[in-house]
Design a binder for this molecule. Sequence first.
Ligand code: NDP
Length: 376
Amino acid sequence: MKSQYTAGPCAAAGGDLSRFVGNVAYFTPYWKVGVLTGVKNLQPTGEKVHSGRVMKAIQIFATGGPEVLQLAELSIPEPGVGQVLIRVEAVGVNFIEIYFRKGVYKSALPCTPGSEAAGSVEKLGPGVSGFAVGDAVASVGVLGSYAEYALVPASQLVKTPAGLSPEKTAAAMLQGMTAHYLAYSAFPLKAGDTALVHAGAGGVGLLLTQMAMRLGARVITTVSTAEKAEISRQAGAAEAILYTEQDFEVEVKRLTGGKGVDVVYDGVGRTTFEKSLNCLRPRGLLALFGGSSGPVPPFDLIQLSGKGSLFITRPTLWHYVASREELEWRANDVLGWAERGELQLRTEHLYPLTDAAQAQSDLEARRTTGKILLEP
Ligand code: NDP
């Protein structure tokens, strides 16, 4: 007998795209996801399933380690009002999918992970205008992108430059727009500013370093290995501190003549948070945008006073692409720079969709630099 599931994307349940749950997730889909019939686990075969209305997708039936990412055969969903069905050509893997997989962020199960993809328009839902079948498109608001086909609210979809491959496009979108809002909006950098960027050889780190350089700022980064230090310097970092061997607070003070930096962009969290504050000049700002090492424990705000009337923000991309105007501004900047070669993208970590578990393991174990991509 065929199983029947009501399943959807791995995302905080119960909301819609116009709502946001604290700093828990970038997106809370409104999509009451279609009923997926005939779900069954598959062995990875490498073959593409585009026939009929069936597609391969990764599903999570329970939270846990990478092994809970299961290959499944699902019905290709029909686009509803305001939605677009896209054929996925490159999937962006992001840290948030690991938080959902582990259950750090809660989602209804079963679910299909992923919010970032580049591909082409397959079918338009009722009421959608401005897109046509075959258009090259990308989004960071895909409703489960670890799949051969996926639905996207048209409001979250952008057209992409003809000269940019789906891999480069997917590599630029989420981390690029994150770097963009950090450098241009959360703490708008200007010439002469000094920024500390943690995990400088990571996906966001490499793009943020390049954008900060573009704005005339001096960038100091932290990285875990000498190889990553070299990659970070190639992206423009003036200094790359090996925070696995050196005390980065001491090094930052030395490198700034005791003054401290204007801003710390911290996506590492638990292991860096406290010293990040100590690296700031008086009235400097800490943008805590992630926790790849774990969440930051509860914090007494009075410490901000003692450390120099500091500012902290805990931003998330969704609030910086909430309007169509802002989404297009950031996407067009990032994709345009990438197309013209002004923004270098590292895309050497490319896995078949069937190897999603390996891709997440490598990201989690700090074995990657730049972008991690899946190819359906
Ligand atoms: P990265 O490619 O930067 O990978 C994470 C990096 O964090 C690792 O490569 C590693 O670099 C560093 N790290 C330090 N300690 C650990 C640890 N204990 N375990 C794993 N990694 C560690 O990932 P992304 O660019 O995809 O994302 C970076 C951060 O930004 C994440 O926290 C993510 O959640 C966040 N993010 C937030 C967004 C927002 O809007 N708020 C949007 C997008 C991402 P090294 O080996 O050099 O230490």
